[in-house]
Design a protein around this ligand. Sequence first.
Ligand code: SAM
Length: 462
Amino acid sequence: MPIELPSAFLDSLHGIPDMDLTAFTVALSEPAPVSIRINPAKKINPFEHFKTLEPSLVPWTQDGYYLNERPSFTLDPLFHAGAYYVQEAGSMFLEQAVKKVMQDMELKCVLDLCAAPGGKSTHLQSLLSSDALIISNEVIKQRQNILMENWVKWGAKNAIVTGSDPRDFQRLPAWFDLIIVDAPCSGSGMFRKDPDAISHWSPAHVEHCALRQERILEDVLPALKPGGYLIYSTCSYSESENEAMLDHLMKNFSMESIRIPLDSVWGIQETRSKDKGGYGYRCSPHRCKGEGFFLTLLKSKEAFESKDEVSYNKARGKSDLSIPMRVKNAWEDWLHIDEGETLMDWKGQLLIMNHTMEKYITEIQQNLYIRSAGIQVGSMGNKGFIPEHGLAMSGNMPESFPRFELETEDALQLLRHQSISAQINELGWILMTYRGHALSLVKSLANRINNYYPREWRILNK
Ligand code: SAM
């Protein structure tokens, strides 16, 4: 069925170079492509796992794949195992910007300011080195849980989830090598996937979003190092949220626009901002296989002053995060700590983190609102070690740990928190796997199985 778009919206697109409104409207009336991004740490083979869906590479990525139709991801145990993330292909163009930055500098500390549900954050994590630190921030409280859930499933040890206001990052002046602002926007780029968004679109809403984007950028920029990079993106087609924001940054913050190399077969369009000629990149459904997405990359020339009075807490010395001996004896059967990682006792919870996080966590904790850090593996109870789901997802459990491989229906039953038909004869803690990938820890007792898959994440009604 042809899509009905508000005339004010179509009028607003007239100024965009090479915008073919007929081809655009036709493309929006077609089904949206389906795409996923593989978690390289979990090593699934997309050509085997999605064989019947004829996977093909999203050409601007190393791990993104189109599928020829949408399967029920909910009914795929490997989706819950964090083996892949379902993500719109256009927004995976982030990869090209991050790779461009990595040619120029080593990325040690990166902030993803508007991170929920975690598409850009987990993508970034797959691109950076394991000793980088990612602060994955989401200010809206209700959206922080899904962000934390996606991080647990991804199994990464180098991310801290924070729930701070953009302004709070001024307490960490000139701190980040790269800041990603995937800004809240008017959402026109998602019209095909979310037709309800069409009725919420208005020129006034676009202007409201543009003002909010300006404020968010101004608030966070003091946290960017001189010589550091900013990636700004939206899923809007509106010039005022995109190229005009690029002009705003170049004029008011004397930032330099950085060109990203393109392959013409991708169909991604390079645009120039009106006043300063900065480079923007647009994915539009009639030109490339994905939804509407805009991205621009800038480099800072100098440190930015914060406008607000902020108090910065410089962490003095390290807080005592050593592990008590009695805990030490208890966890050794449960996990191995790999090179570059540390096990920390954080207020009674054992966390696996990388050395960069270890170095900065106290300073971050004193300045931002931390929701989770690294991988929470468990705590000591009166009767011994109590594991967390993060441990099962981490890849840090030893090969020698008891495992039980499930068939598809039982794997789904486990994820539904319902009884499984397979007979488990072994008693004690067991790591349940599906096609070799960890799904959950269970405790096998004489007459029942206690399932430690988080109840709030269980599959409902399917
Ligand atoms: N980057 C995410 C991803 O790839 O999965 C999508 C982010 S979405 C486009 C924008 C995010 O900005 C939302 O999660 C929203 O809650 C958050 N947000 C809303 N208002 C905000 C504000 N005033 N400051 C910062 N973030 C805000």
